[in-house]
Design a protein around this ligand. Structure first.
Ligand code: AMP
Length: 222
């Protein structure tokens, strides 16, 4: 790969495969994968001040206020040991956050924003089968992407669980907020020449193939 390590944003509805594809891209490009949702879930589990502040928003399926989200991104990506490249999963979630990311990233913002395009019917099916590792946050699906040993993580062996916010009400709220606040980012990135729309239906391996091809095309253009 010529040039600096890639900076990639993943967009897409809840259940479109952002977590799964981010983990795979992180291995392919050897850059960290940052999930704001995962950072918040870890803070809730550890009972930190941040965890206590965000739990109510998460349980309802609401967005956490921008200043708290941006503080997490700043700490992970633009602090003293900032990585050169990264994969962002779940951030930005609205135009204000995308503008904040541009400001934080300064002269070198992003290489590509990949939109994982999957239908509402398909994401509802995937969310019903979704399981997450209680320790490392790896994503599984009991139907499409099962762990080798049922109920335990392939990576670290810890127990898998169903997310507290994968309830019918919270999922409905999150999908509604996605359409209202997050979907406008698709055009926002398209206008900046950074959007790659990828068909996210079908097998995870096939989707990874399409995502990597889209990222390679974007890197070849820079
Ligand atoms: P996720 O794992 O990306 O589905 O995020 C889980 C929850 O964390 C969301 O429903 C929000 O409550 C919160 N969250 C994660 N990322 C963001 C963000 N960028 N802006 C606001 N809230 C977020």
């Amino acid at each position: 790969m010529a040039g600096p390590a890639p900076r990639i944003v993943l967009l897409g509805r809840q259940g479109s495969g952002k977590g799964t594809q981010a983990t795979r891209l992180s291995a392919v490009y050897e850059v960290p994968h940052v999930s704001t949702g995962e950072a918040f879930r870890a803070a809730v589990k550890e009972g930190t001040e941040l965890g206590r502040a965000v739990q109510g928003y998460m349980d309802r399926g609401d967005l956490v206020p921008d200043d708290m989200v941006e503080a997490v991104i700043k700490a992970h990506l633009f602090g003293p040991r900032a990585p050169e490249g990264f994969i962002l999963d779940g951030f930005p979630r609205n135009v204000a956050q995308a503008e904040a990311l541009e400001l934080m990233a300064g002269h070198r913002s992003l290489d590509v924003a990949v939109n994982l395009d999957a239908s509402t019917a398909e994401v509802l099916r995937r969310i019903a089968g979704r399981r997450v590792c209680s320790k490392c946050g790896a994503n599984y699906n009991v139907v499409d992407n099962p762990p080798r040993v049922p109920g335990s993580c392939d990576e670290c062996g810890s127990a898998l669980y169903q997310r507290d916010d994968d309830t019918e009400e919270a999922v409905a709220r999150r999908l509604e907020l996605y359409e209202k606040a997050t979907a406008p980012l698709i055009d926002w990135y398209r206008q900046r020449g950074l959007l790659a729309n990828v068909d996210a239906m079908g097998e995870p391996d096939a989707v990874t193939g399409r995502v990597v091809a889209a990222v390679q095309a974007a890197l070849a253009r820079r």
